[in-house]
Design a protein around this ligand. Structure first.
Ligand code: AMP
Length: 181
């Protein structure tokens, strides 16, 4: 048992074998977020290393990153910036493509959302292959802002994404690990 803030976060994450397809172990955080103590412990644990890091904005990646990133931004007393799927944001955007298992997806941010030199904390629920997070890091860099760290509840280290983030020189913060996919 790995207690976080006196709370066993891992035990509250539900695992669904073969969802959305055979061979994938889906790590469902809705069971963690629905627990009052679990949600608070998760947000506290995600944000505490950054209390004195001079963060300017918290970025959340659609969609589960919005729930977590919004709460982290509120706790840090900072603004929140959504990174959204293609075509959802109403103003001028910049985007970044990333590879999925089949095909390509795009994340976008408003072109004026952050400025050169801003210090950014990126939040999502889970790091698997790292495709989504690397695209988010590159998108922040494209604006001239700096990525202080990327933080996730779950790391799937066997899929290599967390190592890719470290290799990019970005600090990584994760709360629990699961072996395999
Ligand atoms: P990746 O780009 O491969 O690092 O995938 C990360 C994104 O896909 C995250 O936003 C997760 O929400 C989702 N995801 C990937 N694998 C899983 C999994 N095994 N369980 C739950 N969510 C996953």
């Amino acid at each position: 048992m790995d207690l976080r803030n006196g709370f066993d976060i891992k035990r509250y994450i539900r695992t669904l074998p073969d969802y959305p397809k055979k061979g994938i172990m889906f790590r469902d955080i809705t069971t963690l977020l629905a627990d009052a103590h679990g949600f608070r412990a998760t947000i506290d644990e995600l944000m505490w290393p950054f209390l004195r890091e001079g963060i300017d904005y918290v970025v959340g990646i659609e969609a589960r990153g919005f729930i977590l990133g919004g709460a982290v931004a509120h706790e840090l007393g900072k603004g929140f910036i959504p990174f959204r799927k293609k075509g959802k944001l109403p103003f001028h955007v910049i985007g970044r493509d990333y590879e999925l298992e089949y095909g390509v997806d795009t994340i976008e941010v408003h072109a004026d959302a952050m400025n050169e030199g801003d210090r950014i904390l990126i939040i999502d629920d889970l790091i698997a292959t790292g495709g989504t997070a690397i695209a988010a890091i590159e998108l922040v860099h494209a604006t001239g802002a700096e990525v202080v760290a990327a933080a996730f509840i779950v790391d799937l280290p066997d899929l290599g994404g967390s190592q890719k983030i470290r290799d990019k020189g970005v600090k990584l913060h994760t709360l629990v690990e699961f072996e395999g996919e």
